[in-house]
Write a protein that binds this ligand. Structure first.
Ligand SMILES: [Zn+2]
Ligand SMILES: [Zn+2]
Length: 366
């Protein structure tokens, strides 16, 4: 039987976690949405929790609907999910019903300068539904539900053998790869320092290693550093006990690293990053420090160091992440520490936030 002939029965209503107010998310019954032109309906197989979900839940941003905070608008949260195509909109032939897919968050608006340049995570019409902007879980309905509608540009087929829970890591790996893209993409043979072994940092380790870099991982938690070693870091620096600049100097014989991915958001990380990189090196900032940070700008100018910022995944990097996952070159599986049911989302959020039981990635399954 071909995929098209596989019948998928779609119910009238579904369970979904809707954001009512700050820190107020409730499980409700909602009609199953219908895909419009250039859209598909995804039956969700698994959805992972990310730090940004907690930001949206507490503060609303980066969630935004037509310029306002997303509270009380019937908005479904959750942005890292995977599932099966259950229905397609009119004239959609890019994917078939029954295909298993990973998704990315941002479709963008598709009409602004940045979207047209592949920088759809930095869409100039961010949050404007009127202009067709979509970022599921942030500005349009997301994945803590049984079904979600996705723009066709945000779905990537995955192999049958890849579990949905692992495919939820495609966005995380895609963000790490997008960072390596903006650093110039010349990774093989380079020394890459990753600061911060959170999920994005750990996937930056895995991607850097898969692409041929010699990876140094810096962080505070021994378990995370161990996980980083298992994912391909050749060196791990425990920054509470060791001086990062001294260790980088020792490991690189005084040369410094070629590339840095700053994934910690720690107040001193940028300053350390610019001193760890060699002259003419490149630093990508992938985390969001809560306060303004101090760093040695004269050192950056004097040494022709390049600084880049990224906002999430972009430039179809999620598709490249899925390819590396499908080829077995990277795997999200080691990051998944907890599995709960969709109904237990509040417990799952708490487990992720408080890192209960050394949680790295917590996944909910409808
Ligand atoms: Zn996320
Ligand atoms: Zn746009």
């Amino acid at each position: 039987m071909s995929l098209k002939e596989t019948p998928i029965i779609i119910p009238q209503s579904m369970r979904a976690w809707v954001l009512f107010g700050p820190d107020d998310v409730r499980l409700v019954s909602k009609p199953v949405p219908r895909p419009g032109p250039a859209e598909v309906l995804v039956r969700i197989g698994a959805a992972a929790i990310c730090g940004t979900d907690l930001e949206v839940l507490r503060h609303g941003r980066p969630g935004s609907i037509d310029g306002e905070l997303p509270f009380g608008r019937g908005h479904v949260i959750g942005h890292e999910y995977a599932g099966t195509i259950a229905a397609v909109g009119p004239d959609v032939d890019e994917v078939q019903v029954g295909a298993r897919v990973a998704v990315e968050i941002h479709a963008g608006c598709g009409r602004c300068q940045r979207c047209r340049e592949g920088m759809y995570t930095s869409c100039l019409n961010y949050g404007s539904r009127r202009k067709g902007h979509c970022a599921n879980g942030f500005t349009t309905d997301g994945g803590f539900a049984e079904y979600a509608v996705n723009h066709i540009n945000t779905v990537y087929p995955i192999p049958d053998a890849m579990p949905f829970e692992e495919a939820t890591l495609a966005v995380t790996a895609g963000t790490a790869l997008y960072g390596l893209d903006v650093l110039g993409g010349l990774v093989a043979g380079a020394t890459l320092l990753v600061i911060g072994p959170g999920p994005i940092g750990l996937m930056a380790v895995a991607c850097g290693h898969a692409l041929g870099a010699e990876v140094i991982l810096a962080g505070t938690r021994p378990r995370r550093l161990e996980l980083g070693r298992a994912l391909g870091a050749r060196h791990a620096v425990a920054v509470r006990e060791q001086s990062l600049p001294a260790e980088v100097e020792r490991i690189t014989d005084g040369a410094g690293v070629d590339l840095v991915m700053e994934c910690s958001g720690a107040p001193t990380a940028l300053h350390e990053a610019v001193h760890a990189v060699k002259r003419g090196g490149r630093v990508c900032l992938a985390a969001f420090p809560h306060e303004a940070v101090l760093f040695d700008a004269a050192h950056v100018a004097r040494n022709n160091i390049y600084l880049y910022g990224i906002r999430g995944e972009g430039n179809r990097a999620v598709g490249r992440a899925v390819a590396l996952m499908a080829q077995g070159k990277i795997s999200g599986a080691p990051l998944i520490t907890h599995r709960l049911s969709l109904d237990a989302l509040p417990v799952a959020l708490e487990t992720a936030e408080k890192r209960i039981g050394d949680a790295v990635k917590v996944v909910v399954v409808p």
